[in-house]
Design a protein around this ligand. Structure first.
Ligand SMILES: O=C(O)CCC(=O)C(=O)O
Ligand SMILES: [Fe+2]
Length: 408
């Protein structure tokens, strides 16, 4: 049972100055859920879990040969016809890499063709963001660690039956493949476990990315690029501080906090599993980022303010650029809240990823955070113009009332 102790959670605010950390903590089996919650989720600090946490995963035996390299034959045999997204590490597409869809067996054929050569000598293709659990729900490749079990984002997608999606991915790529400098979608957390292979990570704490942007506000694409020391291109780069670098070994799982920019390189042929997630400890960050994204959209199309349904157009653009609009953010909060209210009323724990139970204290904590978000949403006068919020029965005011009743 995942249960928070009764002391009141500290209200961590990402805007307040963060105490810097100079090294990367490595955690072992002895850390409790509560300790991880207080010291890493709430404080928004990165860490690495030792390989013992993943040693029992099916993926770690079935996906890897006895000498510790990806078992590509097994992949062709089991999943060869799967359609998988593949990024070209040499082709920049806006702020990320150009992506195409491959059959897995064709990707593996490419990979086999690389043999011992690393990327750089041939085209460098990186299979990323493969929705593996969605494609093979009964395969059981891994069990999400308990520390990452309070996951509203994947819970939302799991109970939602109108559209199929999730934030649970498999990555596989040759030595030399890499992911450009970025912060994660919605400013979510991510965790990433190396089934085999090794990765190099570079991190900057929230806010430092402002110094790592060009005069147009575009963040640097490759943090190792010599452009960063060219002050005509990145005039404020010298002010960036708090850089952390770590090598993640086979079997280890890294925790990537909210809003930390990072870049990742595969140092060997590597397979990893990762999730993005939001919960009560980073939902405030996600809300502020949504508001900031809407402000940017409004600024970008301010010239068209007289057009029909400008508010609706802004929401549409928000959905395209940010991945979520206000209504969807609300539907997400509502789904999560109603599940907790129902479990609390029936005096039942909430089951997460089929194995973890979220206890009463945790559900109350979650509801408090959702209450805060709803208050913010209702204070944002822009929701009055959004047609989707006109339904009385599902209105945020009604949900806020229901939550307040439960909490009192
Ligand atoms: O492993 C990679 O290439 C990228 C992973 C990543 O960015 C993440 O887990 O947030
Ligand atoms: Fe990331």
């Amino acid at each position: 049972m995942i249960e928070l102790n009764s002391s009141d959670p500290i209200n961590y605010d990402l805007d307040s100055p963060t105490d810097t950390i100079s090294s990367f903590p490595r955690l072992t089996q002895t850390i409790s859920y509560d300790e991880f919650f207080r010291n890493y989720l709430e404080k928004n600090k990165p860490c690495i879990f030792s390989s013992g946490f993943t040693s029992e995963w099916r993926a770690r035996s079935d996906w890897v040969t006895p000498i510790g390299i990806p078992d590509v034959e097994y992949f062709v045999d089991q999943f060869g016809d799967a359609n998988v997204p593949v990024a070209d590490c040499d082709q920049k597409h806006y702020d990320s890499q150009e992506k195409k869809t491959f059959k897995l067996k064709d990707y593996i054929q490419y990979w086999n063709g690389l043999r011992e050569t690393s990327c750089g000598e041939k085209q460098c293709l990186y299979l990323k963001d493969w929705h593996f659990v969605q494609a093979y729900p009964d395969y059981g490749a891994y069990t999400t660690l308990q520390y990452f079990a309070s996951d509203w984002l994947n819970e939302f997608w799991q109970v939602r039956n109108d559209i199929q999606d999730d934030y649970q991915f498999v990555y596989m790529g040759p030595k030399g493949s890499w992911t450009p400098f970025h912060a994660d979608v919605f400013r979510s957390y991510s965790w990433s476990a190396n089934v085999c292979g090794r990765k190099r990570w570079v991190f900057y704490p929230p806010g430092e990315d402002q110094y790592l942007r060009d005069p147009f506000g575009t963040p640097i694409y490759d943090i190792d690029s010599s452009d960063l020391s060219d002050s005509s291109k990145y005039p404020r780069a010298a002010s960036a501080s708090g850089r952390l670098e770590v090598i993640q070994e086979q079997g280890e799982t890294i925790f990537v906090p909210s809003g930390w920019h990072h870049q990742v390189w595969n140092l060997e042929d590597t397979i990893s599993i990762n999730h993005n997630w939001l919960n009560g400890t980073n939902i405030q960050v996600a809300w502020r980022f949504l508001v900031e994204s809407l402000n940017q959209v409004e600024f970008a199309i301010q010239d068209c303010k007289d057009m029909d349904d400008w508010v609706g157009q802004c929401q549409l653009l928000l959905r395209v650029t940010h991945g979520m609009d206000y209504k969807e953010f609300y539907t997400f909060l509502r789904t999560v809240a109603l599940r907790r209210i129902s479990c609390l009323n029936e005096n039942k724990p909430l089951v997460s990823f089929d194995v973890w139970s979220i206890g009463k204290n945790h559900m109350l904590y979650d509801l408090k955070k959702i209450q805060w978000c709803l208050e913010q949403l209702l204070n944002d006068e822009r929701i009055d113009g959004i047609k989707d919020f006109s339904d009385d029965e599902n209105h945020p005011v009604k949900l806020l009332d229901d939550i307040t009743t439960v909490l009192s």
